[in-house]
Design a protein. Structure first.
Length: 231
């Protein structure tokens, strides 16, 4: 289905970050890193009001970590990084590369690219009522494909469709509520799959981050992952 990606990504060492057309950098944000220091006052206040430690950690990683990484590409202090929102909530930063984040089981990953990307990562242990959800939210062809599988393969196949679909709607900026039913997926066998979203073709790379994590990265155009960093 897809290649394995090493969990031992190199720690970012301060090198200059550049993205050529079609390139993607993949970041792993470490829970033990002090991302709280990169939160502006209003976000720090929200962080401090949270009562659950895991929620606090996830918020600091996603919001503080995002500003920290963007500041490296922009070569400016993180305080000069303003996170804005498009119409349906997709974040962006003026002059910074395109990016997308995904949270799962206490971890945060980010993709930064020269063009729009969508990223989703899920635990392979996630269990859902796959046939029922597929009937409600997937295309008839996708739902039939899932229903035709042996029982012990249904959940894994559903999750493959799910990460590809969620990456696609995150790419579009419409979000799951507005776009999930319009994301149609044709699963590949070599790690590359195809999507179609409201008449537009989507290129999708499936991958495994570990034995427990699977994911998909989506873009409108051909792309390649050229850098892995942890911070």
């Amino acid at each position: 289905m897809s290649e394995w990606v090493s969990e031992t990504w190199p720690l970012y060492g301060g090198e200059k970050l550049t993205l050529a057309p079609g390139e993607v950098h993949f970041w792993r944000l470490l829970p033990e890193s002090d991302f709280v220091q990169f939160l502006p006052p209003h976000e720090r206040s929200r962080h401090d009001r949270m009562t659950h430690a895991e929620n606090q950690s996830g918020y600091a990683m996603s919001q503080g970590g995002l500003r920290r990484i963007a500041s490296l590409y922009l070569e400016r202090d993180w305080r000069g990084v303003d996170v804005l929102r498009r119409e349906r909530g997709k974040p962006y930063i003026i002059e910074a590369p395109e990016f997308n984040l995904s949270h799962t089981v206490g971890q945060v990953y980010a993709a930064f690219s020269s063009h729009a990307v969508g990223l989703d990562i899920e635990s392979v242990d996630r269990r859902v009522n796959a046939p029922d959800l597929a009937q409600k939210y997937f295309s008839p062809i996708e739902a039939a494909h899932i229903a035709a599988q042996p029982e012990n393969r249904i959940n894994a196949l559903f999750l493959r469709y799910w990460v590809c679909k969620e990456a696609t709607v995150k790419l579009s900026g419409d979000g799951i509520y507005h776009g999930l039913r319009d994301a149609e997926i044709s699963l590949g066998t070599d790690g590359w799959s195809e999507g179609f979203y409201r008449g537009r073709k989507v290129r999708i790379r499936e991958f495994r981050l570990s034995a427990q994590l699977m994911g998909a990265l989506a873009a409108w155009d051909t792309f390649s992952v050229k850098g892995f960093f942890r911070i």
